[in-house]
Write a protein that binds this ligand. Structure first.
Ligand code: PDD
Length: 284
């Protein structure tokens, strides 16, 4: 049984509780982060905590825990649960309040929950064979830059994609790809340029995205941050996604059309390798 963290205490997972009146439960009034664990260390911890602060500030939730406190909790959970590879999930909800659409002015106590998941991220079968993607309309709310727990649309469409034999979805807004269900989306054009949508409220500002684009620039690869269409994906040499848990994850098919040779692309695999090495070296 896992040890989890809830509001100041480490507890066995079956003894950790949150109020049924928590606004996270009733209104999805909560934000979260997922930090990768490789070789027992946290990848890009400070990047994730910086984004957590941004999400909290957008929702005006105040959290008294410092970065040092949060690091300590992350590390304790990794150690208590013997995680060498996997993730730490962190969620901060606004906390309990009488159910009302108006958020009470009274200071509520945020609900802080952390738990670990053991997962094989590096030697991953999906990354080896490449993902099959289906496109769907992006019907999420338009503040996708805030990492809230409102994940129902993404979860429903990804489930539907699985039922149809695909691995994930890429969402399309006004004819252009925004991102995957829980990852950022990229293509490599015929002239070897990596293209990914520019940062805006339409996508989550991926921590892995930032690190992978840095790796790409260090490898002297051309990078363009702009929107692209599904037709451009179909004509691309390669495609891939990035996320904390998927790392750099090749895409080989979109809406049943084969991308490039239909196998994980060279550039995607190289970026995966370089990103892994760099993130391990900097992990805390
Ligand atoms: N998801 N876009 C969306 C919608 C996401 O949910 C995520 C992360 C990303 C990639 O962000 P990062 O590189 O910081 O992980 C992009 C996490 C992994 C999840 O929900 O499990």
């Amino acid at each position: 049984m896992r040890t989890v963290y809830v509001n100041g205490d480490f507890r066995p997972e079956n003894e950790a509780t949150i109020s049924i009146f928590d606004r996270g439960f009733l209104f999805a009034d909560a934000v979260y982060e997922v930090t990768t664990v490789l070789e027992g260390k946290l990848v890009d911890f400070y990047g994730h905590m910086a984004r957590l602060r941004k999400s909290l500030s957008e929702l005006q939730i105040s959290l008294s825990l410092s970065e040092a406190n949060l690091l300590d909790i992350h590390r304790k959970l990794v150690s208590k649960n013997n995680i060498t590879e996997g993730l730490v999930y962190l969620q901060v909800s606004r906390g309990p309040a009488d159910r009302d659409f108006v958020i009470s002015e009274d200071a509520e106590t945020p609900g802080v929950v952390l738990f670990t998941q053991e997962k094989k991220l590096v030697d991953n079968a999906l990354a080896q064979r490449g993902q099959k993607i289906l496109t769907v309309e992006d019907q999420r709310w338009r503040r996708c830059d805030i990492k809230t727990v409102q994940l129902l649309y993404s979860s429903l469409v990804k489930t539907e994609a699985h039922r149809k034999g695909a691995d994930d979805v890429w969402m399309v807004l006004d004819g252009e790809v925004t991102e995957g269900s829980s990852n950022n989306a990229y293509i490599l054009t015929e002239d070897n340029t990596i293209v990914t949508r520019a940062l805006s409220n339409d996508i989550l500002h991926g921590i892995t995205r930032q690190a992978v684009l840095q790796c790409a620039r260090e490898l002297q690869l051309k990078v363009e941050e702009r929107s692209f269409t599904v037709d451009e994906v179909k004509a691309a040499k390669e495609a891939f996604s990035t996320s904390a848990t998927g790392l750099v994850n090749p895409v080989v098919e979109i809406d049943s059309d084969v991308i490039g040779k239909g196998t994980p692309g060279e550039v995607a695999l190289r970026l995966r390798e370089v990103y892994l090495k760099a993130s391990l070296a900097a992990a805390v």
